[in-house]
Design a protein around this ligand. Structure first.
Ligand SMILES: [Zn+2]
Length: 224
């Protein structure tokens, strides 16, 4: 009898471990220790900043991950196509970029599906990466993402490039805070006078000099 209850206790512990494992769908960074990091760009594609960023990434042979807004893919399909052709990873950043926490379940599902459809129409590829606008989410959002087989991708370094910071300030922020396994948040869509391309021209060579290498978000979170 005692043996049986011990076995039951073991089984319960095992199932708790399994569900804890399953629970992991939200990532801010990974603790990889091998100097791999992921650059991410949100809100695009943009009619000209996306192309400028692609040029810089190409110059240094860096692969990044772009979290597209479905509407912007519709508006700027050529820019979106260039990102894919250059071999970067694409993630879902919703169709309209509205706050998802306030949405009804059906509305969020449609937001994700519509962006997913835009990505599929261009690439015949379905991303499993979802970044909620502003990184704002709750248990309901997480449960929908889980049901739809998405991982929620946040970040561990926010460059705050959208805030009107100068390129040097953005550069300094990244260099001061970067650690192995980080996911770095930048934007390829900023209304006008984006500081991001100029910041990127300083950030990438410095990070390479510091020994970092760049991988897609999927590679980072799978430990590849
Ligand atoms: Zn965004």
């Amino acid at each position: 009898m005692r043996k049986l209850s011990f076995l039951i206790a073991l089984l319960v512990l095992f199932s708790i471990c399994i569900s804890a494992e399953e629970a992991k769908i939200t990532y801010r960074r990974t603790d990889n220790g091998d100097m791999k990091i992921a650059l991410t760009f949100d809100d695009g594609p943009h009619p000209y900043y996306t192309a400028e960023i692609l040029e810089i990434l190409k110059e240094y042979n860096v692969k990044a991950t772009f979290f597209f807004v479905g509407q912007n893919i519709e508006n700027y399909p050529d820019a979106a196509e260039q990102v894919y052709l250059a071999g970067h990873e694409i993630g879902n950043h919703t169709y309209t970029h509205h706050r998802v926490r306030a949405m009804e379940r059906g509305e969020l599902v449609r937001e994700l599906e519509r962006c997913d459809d835009e990505i599929y129409r261009l690439y015949e590829y379905r991303t499993r990466l979802f970044r909620p606008p502003e990184g704002a989410f709750d248990d309901d959002v997480e449960s929908i993402a889980r049901n739809m087989d998405y991982s929620i991708i946040l970040w561990s370094v926010d460059t705050r490039d959208w805030e009107g910071n100068t390129p040097i300030k953005i550069y300094q922020n990244v260099i001061d805070h970067v650690r192995s396994g980080d996911i770095i948040l930048m934007h390829d869509y900023i209304g006008r006078n984006s500081p991001t391309p100029d910041a990127l021209r300083m950030i990438i060579p410095k990070l390479i000099e510091m020994g970092y290498s760049f991988v897609s978000v999927s590679e980072l979170i799978s430990g590849g």
